[in-house]
Design a protein. Sequence first.
Length: 170
Amino acid sequence: MTDAGVFSKGKLDRGTRLLVEAMDVPEGSLVLDLGCGYGPIGIAAALLCPTCRVCMTDVNERACELARRNAVLNGATNTRVVCGAGFSPVQDLKFDLILSNPPIRAGKQVLFEIIEGAAMHLNPGGRLVLVAQTKQGARSLLRKLAEVFPAARVVDKGGGYRVMEGVMEA
């Protein structure tokens, strides 16, 4: 279910699709879908890994409501949706995997804050995996990932998008 006022209302966008197809969700992980929208990334992670616990956050109340409904509709019982900006709803938690199709149009400062915040909310060996359009700053995001994380790389690319990963030391 989607609705007006949420990202990619009409259909799953190419970037999200590429991220979902590229993601590796280790058994038993605590996963965060940051900026979940109506929930496609977090729900896919939950269904790929039934032993995982998936937390989904978004600043948009309507998006959170839709994500909750979509989790129920898809049988993703290992999910929890919490509304709030950035990492504030999960400020005391550490994750094994953070997934995001970040709000590119919000600007580099917001995107860089997401990358820096992720580093503070990952367990040792944890990963941040995000997607961005190549022509809308994916290369600068990869450079920022390399500044913040001990290891950074492009995981997949296609259709003008890049899925990138930053990995914490184990």
